[in-house]
Design a binder for this molecule. Structure first.
Ligand code: HEM
Length: 223
């Protein structure tokens, strides 16, 4: 049964929609959390500490965080696998290019594919930068995310990587949210306009909210 659903195009699209919505929930929370940087070092670092102790005493130190990490990894793998398989299917259905100059995949499809690749690379960079400190520009100190974030956005490449990725994120969410709503059956002639507006507003809020942090550091509001 599960195998049949997964093998169908609709099944893969459902997996994409649900895993995408799970990641979207995480991003809304992450963006709100990041904005605490505007309230100073202790509030931001205290929040990062809370992320590790949330759920205590029922949960042990970092258990909730690890639970979130596992859910996110499952969502990312499911999203990427179904995206890859759907695009292979798409190419198999039309192996040759159109005779005229027309591109095989439309603008939205190509934006989603490239956006997905950029975001996948960004997530790896981001974790190596601000979670493990492997590629971090300053003297990375775990437990001191405020200073780590300031260091990241004190380099031209840090700002470039994050801002490009956030713009890709905005475009990806704008189209992805809309597609997910269609796949999950929320679309209808009367609701489509409202769904498009929700997708636009969500994408814009997330992009602005995330980009506010590098801009804050660049302008010296956060230092
Ligand atoms: C300007 C934008 C962003 C900033 C300033 C930022 C900041 C941070 C910081 C400081 C951490 C480490 C938190 C800690 O260890 O306490 C972190 C972790 C993380 N961020 Fe971001 N983030 C941004 C955008 C994003 C985006 C767009 C995504 C996803 C596409 C993302 C996904 C993650 C993930 C998965 C983690 C690892 C969580 C963990 O396992 O500990 N972040 N971020």
């Amino acid at each position: 049964m599960a195998r049949t659903v997964w093998d169908s195009t609709v099944g893969k699209k459902t997996v994409m929609a649900v895993s995408g919505l799970v990641m979207l929930l995480y991003l809304v929370a992450h963006m709100i959390g990041n904005l605490k940087i505007f309230f100073g070092t202790s509030e931001f670092n205290h929040y990062a500490h809370w992320l590790r102790t949330v759920g205590e005493p029922f949960m042990h130190y970092e258990w909730t965080l690890w639970l979130i990490r596992v859910v996110l990894v499952v969502a990312v793998v499911a999203h990427a696998t179904s995206a890859y398989q759907l695009s292979r299917r798409d190419i198999r259905a039309r192996p040759s290019k159109y005779v005229h100059k027309k591109k095989r995949a439309g603008y939205a499809t190509r934006t989603m594919r490239w956006g997905g690749v950029i975001l996948g690379l960004f997530i790896v960079w981001h974790i190596l930068d601000l979670t493990t400190g492997t590629v971090h520009s300053g003297g990375f100190e775990s437990g001191k995310p405020y200073q780590n974030v300031v260091d990241t956005f004190s380099t031209w490449y840090g700002n470039t990587i994050y801002i490009v990725a956030m713009l890709a994120l905005g475009l990806h969410i704008r189209h992805g949210f809309w597609s997910a709503a269609q796949t999950l059956g929320a679309g209808s002639r009367t609701r489509d306009r409202a769904l498009k507006t929700v997708a636009d507003v969500l994408a814009l809020l997330l992009t602005i909210g995330f980009i506010a942090v590098p801009v804050g550091v660049m302008t010296g509001v956060v230092s």
